[in-house]
Design a protein around this ligand. Structure first.
Ligand code: HAM
Length: 415
């Protein structure tokens, strides 16, 4: 019997995993600079948390959750996204007692039962951040800027930021009426998805990829904003301009999760088939209290790491070579083999990335390995070298060779 990975999951193999390490390191480094601290929450949570947090009528909750009953008869769900779990943890651990805004980040797998295609998986990874405890529009802008900085610093080109305001629930309710008046007469000519969305979540109709030609005269939610929402949105735009983060306004932008209020945004880029959204987020002023916490506003984002990796590949971005070996010790003979074991271990303990042969191969084959692994230095170890306690260390980029005492190899390599 042969086993294969489940549809929509991926093995990330050596050769590819270095790209992941590179972007995850970047994410951590950027968070450190923006003063976001890591939080690790469970991979599964109670199903009700996502129902309540993400929203009963969202695609995620209606169709995409990996839900199961455990042996204790609890309904649990593999997290489809990170925000609900972080907010649950924020409430449960009373992080609201901290006078500072809680600025948190996470990197990890999420699970959605979606139709798998390039850039869309059932297990995928997000880099996410959540800033809870302030209504300040500059914080919305900071979150947007952080995501933009991430994409820029990993080397992606052509990333656009689209922003919108989805207002407060009251604003949305009023807009919904206006929108329904516009959509109802068109119901018959719209696609099946749109028809069912008109009844369940009319704002999302405007998001439809196939029916855009019918929406040119659709009302804009931005014309329905009340004063508070307008001022907030203006200030977010102002802060983005001040930070020189380029953005466009898309009044049809509606996110697939129900918790958003005020600012909603997405990062877009061409190059992954039909998919052009590589990240998104927004403000969620009602979520903390919705799941039983105090009235605390929040804002955050989630960036898709598979999509970032695919785009790096598509754009053929040069990444630093994280996989370079410092030194390959070529051992010839039994005594040299023993010495190589010792030497390689000592070098590794001194911070050197050292490798050797494990297959008793001839010199030529060992040198080939050194080359394949991109070793910066190679050294040939035989009986003479052992007797002298010295080895000829060859700098492969310069082609220069030098006799070095065993005890000085690490120093020589570090330069
Ligand atoms: P989301 O828009 O559902 O937002 O997901 C964020 C990003 O995760 C997407 O833009 C995409 O890059 C990636 N993503 C989503 N589903 C898949 C999939 N099936 N395969 C590959 N990548 C995927 C959220 O999850 C919110 N929690 C973001 C947020 C945080 N809002 C506030 N705080």
């Amino acid at each position: 019997m042969k086993f294969q990975k489940s549809p929509g999951t991926q093995d990330i193999l050596p050769g590819s995993v270095e790209k992941w390490q590179f972007i995850e390191d970047k994410a951590r480094d950027i968070c450190r600079r923006f003063n976001f601290r890591e939080i690790r929450t469970p991979i599964f949570e109670s199903t009700d948390l996502f129902r309540r947090g993400v929203g009963e009528t969202t695609d995620i909750v209606e169709k995409e959750m990996y839900t199961f009953i455990d042996r204790g008869d609890r309904s649990l769900t593999l997290r489809p996204e990170g925000t609900a779990g972080v907010v649950r943890s924020y409430v449960e651990n009373k992080l609201f007692g901290d006078p500072e805004v809680s600025k948190l980040f996470y990197v990890g797998p999420m699970f959605r039962y979606e139709r798998a295609q390039a850039g869309r998986y059932r297990q995928f990874h997000q880099f996410g951040i959540e800033a809870i405890g302030s209504v300040e529009p500059a914080l919305d802008a900071e979150v947007i800027a952080l995501g933009y900085t991430f994409f820029t610093e990993i080397g992606l080109k052509g990333v656009g930021v689209e922003i919108n305001s989805v207002g407060t629930p009251a604003v949305r309710a009023a807009f919904r009426e206006k929108l329904l008046a516009f959509l109802e007469p068109k119901r018959e000519i719209l696609c099946k998805d749109c028809q069912s969305r008109i009844d369940r979540n009319p704002l999302r109709v405007l998001d439809c990829k196939v029916d855009q030609q019918h929406f040119t005269d659709a009302p804009s939610i931005l014309d329905s904003l009340d004063e508070e929402c307008s001022i907030h949105f203006e200030k977010v735009k102002q802060s983005l301009t001040d930070m020189e983060i380029p953005f466009t306004i898309n009044h049809r932008l509606v996110r697939g999760l129900d918790y958003y209020t005020h600012t909603a945004f997405e990062y877009k880029a061409e190059g992954i088939g039909a998919i052009d959204t590589i990240g998104g987020g927004g403000r969620y002023n009602g979520l903390v209290s919705d799941i039983g916490g105090p009235e605390q506003p929040g804002v955050g984002l989630g960036l898709g790491l598979e999509r970032a990796v695919l785009l790096l590949e598509h754009q053929q971005t040069e990444l630093p070579n994280l996989n370079e070996i410092d030194v390959y010790i070529v051992a010839l003979g039994e005594a040299a083999d023993r010495e190589a074991t010792k030497l390689v271990h000592q070098l590794r303990r001194q911070g050197i990335r050292a490798e050797r042969d494990y297959q008793g191969r001839k010199m030529k084959a060992q040198l080939k390995s050194a080359d394949r692994l991109g070793a910066r230095f190679t050294a040939i170890l035989g009986d003479d070298e052992i007797a002298r306690g010295e080895i000829a260390l060859k700098d492969m980029s310069k082609g220069e060779q030098r006799m070095v005492a065993f005890t000085a190899i690490a120093q020589e390599i570090k330069g």
